[in-house]
Design a protein around this ligand. Structure first.
Ligand SMILES: [Zn+2]
Length: 476
């Protein structure tokens, strides 16, 4: 009888393959080719663990994974490895929680003056995120929300390789910027229509952009919160203080877009060219900035750090974290040309350092910091490569390595309300783990040797995935 119902459902859907997968939770061959480890019981032994809680690294640890969950963790000598386990000796290696990255996009930003394009990357980007250790991402502004939703569905069904996705709705923005992919709103009523439309289709977060008004934000926050969803913003027309007072949950790009210090700022107007000079003038330990941070913390506003997208040209890699080979040749040529033409601006580097210091201050004052990469800007930030590089940058900013890991895992899990499930290496949680070949305490660059990324206890071959998308970024 069950068989009959099953056949009927499949017949009606006209997609037999999909039915079989939904029924037996099997992975498609497109996914299987990247799976390195898939056993009911897995034991990682003799590894160093940085567990995502901010606590110190622990040496010679074991993790027992049973049916996709962390069943047991502790010192290797105190743990009994089940006889049925697939045992991996991880001597000399490090395990961190699967990274939860909070300013990712599924499109690549391409500067083509006078336009700026958002080109959807449905094939390369989901794979790159997972290969680089991100097991959960938020898309933080989408240009093809329907594509992002379809990708999420395909990944959840085991038909495609990629991370868990919190799909953010389309940018909520008024007309001004030369980005043809953005659907602009003209008033708060249109903002409400847009938000309601996408909530009904499965969007789970929203992002407001640089030219919205206070009333637009009020409307978006009110509807999103009624549905238990959160709102973030990359602001300019509104100050951080105004948005926090109106109930925004999260602010993007650290403090670099804060227009709070522009002296002659007009209400609801973005004076873009005045923001950076106003921050350049501000002392790194400015009481005005501390005051703002205090207010944001009181209002429980989380900040997202996106250091890779701001990496200056001087003394830095062209592609932060490596990954030049991921770019399509003609895209790489264009990025290289812009990189060389941009010159070596020392004020960029100074503001970058200041931003790092402000993020550290915010955390020391009790603020919650998360992180992401933002694969837009000058096209230099490439998913996966930049995600693991975020940890290098947070350490450069002065955070301890365990704290940097926490910013990229448990802090984000808490923001998403998923910290009982993911975000740290603790018994009972989902086995989302990154196995790194090397001791990242001794050499942070060993992070780039991502060996296996476990999502739900299934181990994916990081290098094989990276290899599979070489030369694709910018194309698809
Ligand atoms: Zn962005």
């Amino acid at each position: 009888m069950y068989g009959k119902i099953y056949v009927t459902i499949c017949f009606l859907s006209y997609l037999t393959i999909q039915c079989k997968q939904a029924h037996s939770q099997q992975l498609s061959s497109a996914v299987k080719q990247f799976v390195a480890i898939n056993s009911d019981t897995i034991a990682l032994i003799h590894t160093t663990i940085i567990d995502g809680t901010g606590g110190p690294a622990k040496n010679d640890q074991a993790i027992i994974i049973i049916k996709g969950r962390i069943a047991k963790t502790g010192s290797t000598k105190n743990i009994t490895v089940p006889s049925s386990a697939n045992v991996l000796d991880c001597t000399g290696k490090t395990v961190i929680p699967g990274m939860i990255m909070m300013h990712e996009h599924l499109f690549y930003g391409e500067s083509l003056p006078p336009y700026y394009l958002g080109v959807e990357m449905p094939i390369s980007f989901p794979r790159l995120y997972l290969a680089g250790g991100a097991t959960t991402i938020r898309t933080t502004g989408s240009v093809e929300p329907q594509t992002d939703l379809n990708l999420k569905k395909a990944i959840d069904k085991g038909q495609m390789v990629g991370p868990d996705i919190d799909v953010t709705g389309p940018y909520i923005e008024r007309e001004l910027l030369p980005i043809p992919e953005v659907q602009f709103i003209r008033n708060p009523e249109e903002a409400a229509q847009e938000v309601n439309y996408w909530i009904a289709r499965g969007i789970t977060s929203f992002k407001v952009y640089m030219n919205i008004t206070k009333d637009d934000l009020k409307t978006v926050v009110s509807i999103a919160h009624q549905h238990g969803l959160k709102v973030t913003g990359h602001l300019c027309s509104l100050t951080y203080r105004e948005a926090a007072a109106l109930g925004i949950d999260n602010l993007e790009h650290g403090f670099i877009p804060a227009s709070d210090f522009v002296t002659d700022k007009k209400e609801n107007v973005c004076a873009l060219w005045s923001v950076t000079p106003s921050l350049n003038k501000l002392d790194v330990s400015s009481p005005a900035m501390k005051d703002l941070m205090k207010f944001l913390i009181e209002k429980k506003v989380t900040i997202t750090s996106t250091l890779p997208v701001f990496e200056p040209n001087s003394g830095r890699e062209m592609i932060p974290g490596g990954g030049e080979s991921a770019l399509a040749p003609q895209i790489k040529e264009a990025v290289e040309k812009n990189y060389n033409a941009a010159g070596k601006d020392s004020s960029d580097a100074a503001l970058f350092k200041k931003e790092m210091a402000w993020e550290k201050q915010f955390v020391e004052m009790g603020g919650r910091l998360m992180a992401g990469i933002d694969p837009t800007g000058a096209g230099r930030t490439i998913p996966g490569y930049a995600d693991r590089h975020v940890l290098e940058l947070l350490v450069e900013a002065g955070f301890s390595l365990p704290m940097a890991v926490k910013i990229c895992s448990l802090n984000a899990a808490e923001y998403l309300g998923r910290d009982k499930e993911i975000g740290s290496i603790e018994e009972g949680k989902r086995a989302d783990l990154v196995l790194i070949d090397g001791d990242i305490q001794k050499d942070i660059r060993a992070l780039r040797n991502t060996e296996t990324v476990f999502k739900n206890g299934i181990g994916y071959d990081s290098k094989k995935i990276f290899e599979s998308v070489k030369g694709m970024v910018g194309l698809h």
